[in-house]
Design a protein around this ligand. Structure first.
Ligand code: PMP
Ligand code: GLU
Length: 397
C-alpha cells in the first residue's frame, strides 16, 4: 500500500544532494573521493557577519520575527537592490525566507494552479522542475546547448508561450552553465514577456556577485516588465552563508503579500539570528567580500586550462557562478570498462566510481549531454580531480 500523496510520489530527490551524499558515503568507507558535487562556497562566514550573529544572540533576538522578516533587514535589502541593481522595491515588497529555495517555492505556490505551464530554459537549476511538479504545474523545457552559450532567444521564448503559460523561471547568472544574459538579451526577452501580462518572470539572481566580468542586469530593471517580475536573491553564495538559510524575493505588492501568506502558514519568519547577521552583510561594501570572488576566478582559470585537455569534453569558459558544465556527448552511447553510458548521469557515476571524482549528471538540469562540476574547492583538489579524470579518459581515446 502506498500511503504517500501523489505530490510526493511524483517528486524526485534533489540530484545535487544525491550525488554529494554518494560521494560522502564513499569517502566514509575509506575511498579518497574529491567531491565537486554541491555548489557551495568553501569559505567560512566572514568575521563581521559572525560577530553580528553573536551580538544578535546576546541581544536576545530569540523571538519570532515578522513573517516576511525584520523591517530593518527588508530596508537593507531594499537599499541593496537600489545600490547594486538599480531596482526600486519598498520593504513591503520583500519577503525574507529560509533560503532562496523557499523564496522561489513561495512565488510558485502563489502563482501555479494545476496544469499551469512553467517555461524553463534548459539547463536549469535542478530544483526548479521538481518545485513546479510539487505545485501541480507542468514544465515546458526550452532547450539550449553549449553552441548558443546555453541561452534562449526571444523568438524561442515567444514560440513557447501558450494560453496556459503562467511563469518563466531562470537563473542569470546561471547554475549550471555559468553564463548570464546581457542587458540587450534581457531586453529582447522582456519585450516578449511584456506582450503577455498573464506571465510572471521569476528571475533568480543568487549568483549576481560571483561574476568575473561586467555587472549583471536584472530583468526587473525594464519598467515594461517590473510588474511581471519576481526577483530572487539570497545570502548563500555571495557571503558563504549556505547553512544560515536566508534568501528573499522582491515582487509586486500583490505577489509579496501572497508570499507572506504562504510563508505564514508554512514556516513563519526565517531564523532571527541569521536575519540580523544578514543586515551587516548587506550593508557592507561588496568589495569587502571580493576576496572570495578573486579566489573563485583563479580556480576557474586553473580548471579551464586543465579541462580543455580532457578528451571528449567540450567546455565553455564560465563567466559567473562556480560551475563548469562541459558537453560530454562524445561518450554517450559508448561502453567504457563494460559500463554502457546512456546519458550524462551514467557518465557522472562512471567518473565517481573510476576516477573517484564526484560531479552531477546533467539529466536533472534538463541537459542530458552535459555534466556539472562545482569548482568551489581548493586548487590542490581541483588539479588532482582534473588529473584523475584525464588519466581515466585518456585510456579510451
Ligand atoms: N537558486 C540557485 C540557482 C541555486 O544554485 C541555489 C543553490 N542552493 C538556490 C537558488 C538556493 O539557494 P539557498 O536556498 O541556499 O538560498
Ligand atoms: N545550489 C547548490 C547546488 O546547485 C546547492 C544544492 C541545492 O540546493 O540543490 O549544488
Amino acid at each position: 500500500m502506498n500511503k504517500l500523496s501523489d505530490r510526493v510520489n511524483r517528486l524526485g530527490y534533489s540530484q545535487t544532494f544525491v550525488m554529494s551524499n554518494r560521494a560522502r558515503e564513499m569517502k566514509a568507507s575509506g575511498v579518497d573521493v574529491i567531491s565537486l558535487t554541491l555548489g557551495e562556497p568553501d569559505f567560512d562566514v566572514p568575521d563581521p557577519i559572525k560577530q553580528a550573529a553573536f551580538d544578535a544572540i546576546n541581544e536576545n533576538y530569540s523571538h519570532y520575527s515578522p513573517v516576511p522578516g525584520f523591517l530593518e533587514l527588508r530596508e537593507a535589502i531594499s537599499e541593496k537592490l537600489k545600490r547594486d541593481n538599480k531596482l526600486d522595491y519598498k520593504p513591503s515588497q520583500i519577503c525574507v525566507s529560509n533560503g532562496a529555495k523557499q523564496a522561489i517555492l513561495n512565488v510558485l505556490a502563489a502563482l501555479i494552479n494545476d496544469g499551469d505551464e512553467v517555461l524553463l530554459p534548459a539547463p536549469y537549476w535542478v530544483s526548479y522542475d521538481e518545485m513546479v511538479k510539487m505545485m501541480g504545474g507542468t514544465s515546458t523545457l526550452l532547450p539550449t546547448s553549449y553552441v548558443t552559450d546555453f541561452k534562449i532567444t526571444a523568438e524561442q521564448l515567444e514560440n513557447a508561450i501558450t494560453d496556459k503559460t503562467k511563469v518563466i523561471l531562470f537563473s542569470s547568472p546561471c547554475n549550471p552553465s555559468g553564463g548570464y544574459y546581457t542587458y540587450d538579451e534581457l531586453w529582447s526577452l522582456a519585450r516578449v514577456i511584456a506582450k503577455y501580462p498573464q506571465v510572471t518572470v521569476i528571475s533568480d539572481e543568487i549568483y549576481e556577485f560571483i561574476n568575473y566580468e561586467t555587472k549583471t542586469t536584472s530583468i526587473a530593471q525594464f519598467p515594461e516588465v517590473y510588474e511581471q517580475t519576481a526577483v530572487i536573491n539570497g545570502m548563500s553564495k555571495a557571503f558563504a552563508m549556505t547553512g544560515w538559510r536566508i534568501g528573499y524575493s522582491a515582487c509586486p505588492e500583490w505577489l509579496a503579500k501572497a508570499c507572506e501568506k504562504i510563508q505564514g502558514q508554512m514556516t513563519s519568519g526565517a531564523n532571527t539570528v541569521a536575519q540580523r547577521a544578514s543586515i551587516t552583510a548587506l550593508k557592507a561594501d561588496p568589495s569587502e567580500y571580493r576576496y572570495m570572488i578573486d579566489a573563485f576566478k583563479s580556480r576557474r582559470d586553473l580548471v579551464y586550462g586543465l579541462m580543455k585537455e580532457i578528451p571528449g569534453f567540450k567546455v565553455l569558459l564560465p563567466k559567473a557562478a562556480f560551475y563548469f558544465f562541459p558537453d560530454i556527448s562524445y561518450y554517450i552511447g559508448k561502453t567504457l570498462n563494460g559500463v554502457e553510458i546512456k546519458d550524462s548521469d551514467d557518465f557522472a557515476m562512471f567518473i565517481l566510481e573510476h576516477a573517484h571524482v564526484g560531479c552531477v549528471g546533467g539529466v536533472s538540469f534538463g541537459s542530458p549531454e552535459c555534466i556539472r562540476f562545482s569548482y568551489a574547492a581548493s586548487e590542490e583538489e581541483l588539479k588532482e580531480a582534473m588529473r584523475r579524470i584525464k588519466t581515466l579518459l585518456d585510456q579510451f581515446n
